[in-house]
Design a protein around this ligand. Structure first.
Ligand code: COA
Length: 160
């Protein structure tokens, strides 16, 4: 599989494919309305999206949001198309995120730059996907909660 990983922002033409993937993988299966694939955190100054591309098609994606002044950064809207799941795409995406945050301490797109040493990467993980994050070194923090009608855990990984 010839898979490329790329950091983009919302101005990039590939962002439309990010929205379509979010819709198909994360929203439509829950019976949610069209439009809910947009997230309030998109378009923020320090929101970044990573895409996994095969043959010019986005097959997996994940977004990061950094709130200025924070020591932590949030991962959200992680998804891989059904037919690409279980092939290591999600793992490659998260490992690339960890490399950017831990080693390079830098994320750059055409229009945005985050250059900072941060202490934790956090996410709201769907309970059924928590083992995926645990395999990558994340741990659960606190009790299960319900979001978008499904069970979630707060999860985090140290970046030091
Ligand atoms: C969860 C998801 C992002 C994982 O991506 P993926 O490309 O399918 O995962 P990978 O093939 O890279 O798997 C990496 C490892 O995690 C494991 N894994 C993947 N999904 C898992 C799951 N749901 N439960 C338990 N383990 C899982 C794999 O078996 C693999 O283990 P290995 O390294 O021992 O072989 C993807 O399946 C997906 O988009 N699911 C639907 C949407 C979703 O739940 N998104 C997450 C919201 S928090």
């Amino acid at each position: 599989m010839d898979l490329k990983l790329k950091w983009i922002d919302e101005e990039d033409e590939l962002f439309q494919q990010v929205l379509e993937l979010r819709w198909k993988v994360l929203r439509e299966p829950l019976g949610m309305k069209r439009g809910t694939e947009h997230n309030d955190l998109d378009n923020k100054p320090y929101t970044f999206h990573i895409v996994a591309i095969v043959d010019e098609k986005v097959v997996g994606t994940c977004s990061l949001f950094y709130q200025e002044g924070s020591e932590d950064i949030k991962l959200f809207q992680m998804g891989v198309y059904d037919e690409w799941q279980g092939k290591g795409v999600g793992k490659k995406i998260v490992l690339q995120i960890l490399d950017a945050l831990k080693n390079e301490q830098r994320i750059k797109t055409t229009n945005k730059l985050l250059e900072k040493r941060l202490s934790k990467l956090k996410c709201h993980a769907r309970a059924y996907a928590s083992a995926f994050y645990e395999k990558l070194g994340f741990r659960k923090v606190g009790e299960m909660f319900v979001e978008v009608s499904i069970e979630h855990y707060n999860m985090e990984i140290e970046l030091n």
